[in-house]
Ligand binder design. Structure first.
Ligand code: NAP
Length: 349
């Protein structure tokens, strides 16, 4: 593969700039000398942007902030003017919601169609890199059991719904809507980046991403007597950012890219977090027997069907496209988990 040629002559748009993943994408872009148009919900809250401004101050690239809410039609028009690449990362990543349609599906789907409609009326835009998710590839690991748990870019989540795992449902609908819109025009190309659970440090002091809530739950004591041993895929946030940059600047990049370093499970993650924990005895390192895990699932805020369909169904990753076509190499997640936990523990002390 040729070394990546990052075009610094034209600005790019990054939506959801306050986010955990977006922060690292913006850092890479600024350090490469790119001008970044960064959309946030409220640019007057400058404290939430301070980490980005600080990176811009010491980088050759520049950053400009714009207000844009996913649900406001036309909100991205001004920020998108003159951009060649659009990175659409903004989407709610929260699991605990009272109204899944309003809190997850509407911003994910309407937000994506809103951003892509703007791309179609902004003649400079040539490529859109959408932050999708492994959650759009499968909802329950049992779905993949017919192929020995093999997860690759041909997989689509077929089991999530508004009432069963609404976050994966929101990501699936949003990615499908994006591919539908991409087919209706030929001005811009769509490339999706589909990461597993993202881990590693955040650039901002108070990350809101559900990634931090998951690690906090594993290390904070809630699972110390045992957890449902859910299958999952994991990747460092800096590798996710690198995949986004390569997806934008590799001319041949196309389609979906599964971005995950490892297929693992919750207990394995707990065991690898433990050496980094200030209170190691609180860390979840034991698996509950499956029948018990299903029974007590609601006590852990999970639904029983989710536990039944995700425990005991290991995954096998097939990520050759991402390695070969985007040149992504994965760092070990042990260090990433340590850095993330250090940040969480530092915030508490
Ligand atoms: P995050 O830190 O919570 O970032 C989410 C971003 O979306 C925030 O900037 C948030 O803005 C923005 N957003 C939410 N609702 C919005 C709305 N109505 N209008 C405008 N912006 C809105 O979470 P993250 O982990 O970085 O997630 C970023 C993307 O990666 C999401 O698309 C997520 O689905 C995807 N992803 C994440 C993971 C993971 O494990 N973290 C894995 C796979 C895919 P505010 O700051 O204003 O709330």
């Amino acid at each position: 593969m040729n070394p990546l040629q990052i075009d610094t002559t034209e600005p790019v748009l990054v939506t959801g700039a306050t986010g955990y993943v977006a922060g690292w994408i913006i850092k890479d872009l600024l350090e490469a000398g790119v001008t970044v148009h960064a959309t946030v919900r409220d640019a007057s809250k400058t404290a939430r942007l301070a980490h980005l401004t600080a990176i811009a101050d010491r980088s050759p690239g520049q950053i400009r902030f714009f207000d844009a809410d996913l649900l406001t039609e036309g909100a991205f028009d001004e920020a998108m003017q003159g951009t060649r690449v659009v990175y659409h990362t903004a989407s709610p990543f929260v699991r605990d919601v009272s109204d899944p349609q309003k809190d997850l599906v509407d911003p994910a789907v309407q937000g994506t169609t809103n951003v892509l409609r703007t791309a179609s009326r902004t003649p400079t835009v040539r490529r859109v890199v959408l932050t999708s998710s492994v959650a759009a590839m499968y909802g329950d690991a049992v779905e993949l059991s017919a192929t020995g748990g093999r997860l690759d870019e041909s997989c689509w989540n077929a089991t999530s719904s508004l009432t069963h795992e609404p976050y994966p449902y929101s990501k699936t609908l949003a990615e499908r809507a994006a591919w539908d819109q991409a087919k209706e025009q030929d001005q811009w190309e769509l490339v999706t980046v589909n990461p597993g659970l993202v881990v590693g440090p955040a650039l901002n002091d108070q990350p809101t991403s559900e990634s931090f809530a998951i690690v906090q739950q594993l290390a904070g004591g809630r699972g110390r007597f045992g957890v449902p041993n859910l299958a999952m895929t994991v990747v460092d946030v800096r590798d996710v950012a690198a995949a986004h940059i390569a997806a934008a600047y590799t001319p041949e990049a196309h389609g979906r890219y599964l971005v995950a370093a490892e297929a693992t499970d919750l207990v394995d993650l707990g065991r690898r977090l433990q050496p980094h924990a200030t209170r190691p005895r609180l860390v979840a390192t034991r698996a509950l027997p499956k029948q018990l895990a299903v029974l007590v699932a609601p006590l852990a805020g999970m639904d029983r069907a989710y536990v039944r369909d995700n425990v005991g169904h290991p995954l096998q990753l097939a990520t050759t496209r991402t390695r070969d076509e985007l040149g992504v190499t994965y760092r070990s997640i042990d260090a990433s988990l340590g850095e993330m936990l250090a940040q969480l523990q530092g915030a508490r002390s």
